[in-house]
Write a protein that binds this ligand. Structure first.
Ligand code: NAP
Length: 280
């Protein structure tokens, strides 16, 4: 029987975060489910022992408040699930500097702020688990999703450094790499690029094809968020979790394949999938 842990989860308004909160409470853990907007998680409050709290990972005061409140009420933060995130799509050149920065503010610096806030608590306890929800695109970069892929690559690298830096304190670091998952993520990613699609510009033609590929080819074999939640909880409950967990057949196939194929071979495959021909 795995021991009961106190788990703090970011981004529980929908998708993987919400499913993880429900799976964790079903397994008997103490859960603090958080979201930017408290009403978006009000239905979770009190259900099977879940507590809710407001938390925007880009606001330092909000991060500090949520972690301090959990330490006060639960006396511990055994596990942090860094789940909050979104996908900023668009050509590298086309996405505004502001939107690039906003992507990193949530997906990388938001996770970092959370890690900084919980580590002193975990160190004091002599144990803890940090689960960073990355993506298959943390290992493979998909053109026209540059800001998102870059932010997840950075999260992967940060996790690799952190894992070795904190293991001596009894803190474990786990990376989750899902492929396509049926959540609000897709709609939000589409919205992130909507202002770039349909306007004249050097990438206008490609956006049309890229949009189709994102919606069809890159969605093949998608799983519900509960599948990711189960993997996250298996990692938390494991005596010795793996460093990385790929979820979906796509992620399990593409990540090892990326190591075997040359950069040129990957480029060719991306061009084919995105139906990119030479422009000029
Ligand atoms: P989702 O349904 O859109 O959920 C994303 C969550 O992140 C929402 O709760 C959202 O809250 C929250 N969030 C965004 N910005 C935030 C901020 N500044 N502070 C706190 N919360 C914030 O999508 P999802 O698929 O469950 O995504 C969860 C994680 O899985 C993300 O890190 C994503 O990159 C990763 N992932 C998803 C897929 C996929 O195909 N769905 C694949 C691989 C990895 P609001 O409602 O307030 O915006």
């Amino acid at each position: 029987m795995p021991r009961q842990r106190a788990i703090l989860i970011t981004g529980c308004s929908s998708g993987i975060g919400r499913a993880t909160a429900l799976e964790a409470s079903a397994r008997g853990h103490v859960v603090v489910a958080t979201a930017r907007s408290l009403p978006s998680i009000s239905d979770l409050e009190g259900s099977r022992g879940i507590r809710t709290a407001q938390l925007d990972v880009t606001v330092d005061a909000s991060v500090a408040r949520a972690v301090a409140a959990m330490e006060l009420t639960e006396g511990r933060v055994d596990v942090l699930v860094n789940n909050a995130g979104y996908g900023q799509y668009g050509a590298v050149e086309d996405v505004s500097a502001e939107d690039w920065k906003a992507q990193f503010d949530v997906n990388l610096f938001g996770a970092l702020a959370m890690i900084r806030a919980v580590l002193p608590v975990m160190r004091k306890a002599g144990s803890g688990t940090i689960v960073n929800v990355s993506s298959v695109v943390g290992k493979i970069a998909i053109p026209f999703a540059g800001p998102y892929c870059s932010s997840k690559h950075a999260l992967e690298a940060m996790s690799d450094c952190l894992r070795v830096e904190v293991e001596g304190f009894g803190v474990r670091v786990v990376v989750i790499e899902p492929g396509p998952i049926g959540t609000k993520f897709g709609d939000r990613a589409r919205a992130s690029v909507a202002k770039l699609v349909g306007r004249p510009g050097p990438y206008a033609k490609i956006y049309e094809n890229a949009e189709r590929a994102m919606e069809e080819d890159f969605q093949k074999g998608s799983l519900p968020p509960e599948a990711v939640a189960k993997v996250i909880l298996d990692a938390i409950d494991a005596d010795r979790p793996k460093t990385r967990y790929a979820v979906t057949t796509m992620a399990k196939t593409l990540i090892p394949l990326r190591r075997l194929l040359s950069d040129r071979a990957i480029d060719r495959q991306m061009r084919k999938t995105l139906r990119i021909r030479k422009l000029g």
